[in-house]
Design a protein around this ligand. Sequence first.
Ligand SMILES: Cc1cc2nc3c(=O)[nH]c(=O)nc-3n(C[C@H](O)[C@H](O)[C@H](O)COP(=O)(O)OP(=O)(O)OC[C@H]3O[C@@H](n4cnc5c(N)ncnc54)[C@H](O)[C@@H]3O)c2cc1C
Length: 311
Amino acid sequence: MKTLLIADHDNQTVADATTKALTAARALGGEVDILVAGQGAQSAAEASAKLQGVAKVLLADAEAYAHRLAEPLAALVLSIAPGYDAIVAPASSAGKNLLPRIAARLDVMQVSDVTKVAGPDTFEHPIYAGNAIEVVKNPERVKVFTVRTAAFAATPADGASTPVEAVAVPVAESRATFVREEMAKSERPELGSAKVIVSGGRALGSAEKFNEVLLPLADMLGAAVGASRAAVDAGYAPNDFQVGQTGKIVAPELYIALGISGAIQHLAGMKDSKVIVAVNKDEEAPIFQVADFGLVADLFQAVPQIEAALG
Ligand SMILES: Cc1cc2nc3c(=O)[nH]c(=O)nc-3n(C[C@H](O)[C@H](O)[C@H](O)COP(=O)(O)OP(=O)(O)OC[C@H]3O[C@@H](n4cnc5c(N)ncnc54)[C@H](O)[C@@H]3O)c2cc1C
């Protein structure tokens, strides 16, 4: 079994998501190669080469991959796909953009959001917004799947010096062109890989209150900030803060939900957190069904008390 893992990276470092997807790829048994496609991505390739259990790192360094557009990336992956039995990527925005294209061009089905690799052709993944786990037997000649990284531990670097090989870059026609990107800059940890998340809901009432109440607590805990969709839709928090079925899927060590009811679509994004703390003034709120520690209280009174206790 030979597996190709497509890396998420920023040209310098390899993303946490890739090290977790590598754990899933290795569970297939057999060899795993990592493809690093970017521009000036030698450092990311070298970082990938240090990860445990990697057979080979393939580096495709070209302007065409500078912005990770799916069209040229798909052409590249398809040009090397014939050597592989499985093609894997993290279920990140980049992976979700790329892999269906690969699966369609190979005329095989894709399994999305794999949470467990039970064998070389058997996978578990959540369906119905995480309410059921489906076990899928995939009979395709090439297994194409995305990995829900929250379900896997990271593969550590072991200082190995796996070879980095340059791969030929195919000439690909692309009708997509890169226009611009707007990156949110934050000193806080990234939501998808944070160990602690402080998340706020509609109860915060305004963007000002959201920031006033959540940010100091998040800073004290070194936490990332999350939000419910209701809080995002109301403009209290930016889109990329959204946790849930249509937002980010997270599984931190500690998730603090403030004024979030615990709608099923929100739970789909955070219920695998190790410890869940909820503050809600309604004791019937569904968030308490998944919370390890629940406080029935007005968050505007409770949060300053928590801060005082921490400080
Ligand atoms: C297809 C689909 C996809 C969706 N995807 C997502 C998603 O990805 N993420 C997501 O979050 N939602 C998602 N939703 C929306 C979801 O159904 C809920 O509407 C949303 O999660 C509610 O957000 P909330 O808990 O902040 O607001 P509410 O449900 O209005 O809850 C607010 C809570 O705050 C409590 N409260 C009020 N005042 C205070 C106070 N002073 N102190 C303490 N507690 C207080 C209330 O008791 C209540 O429980 C989706 C919905 C659909 C249909």
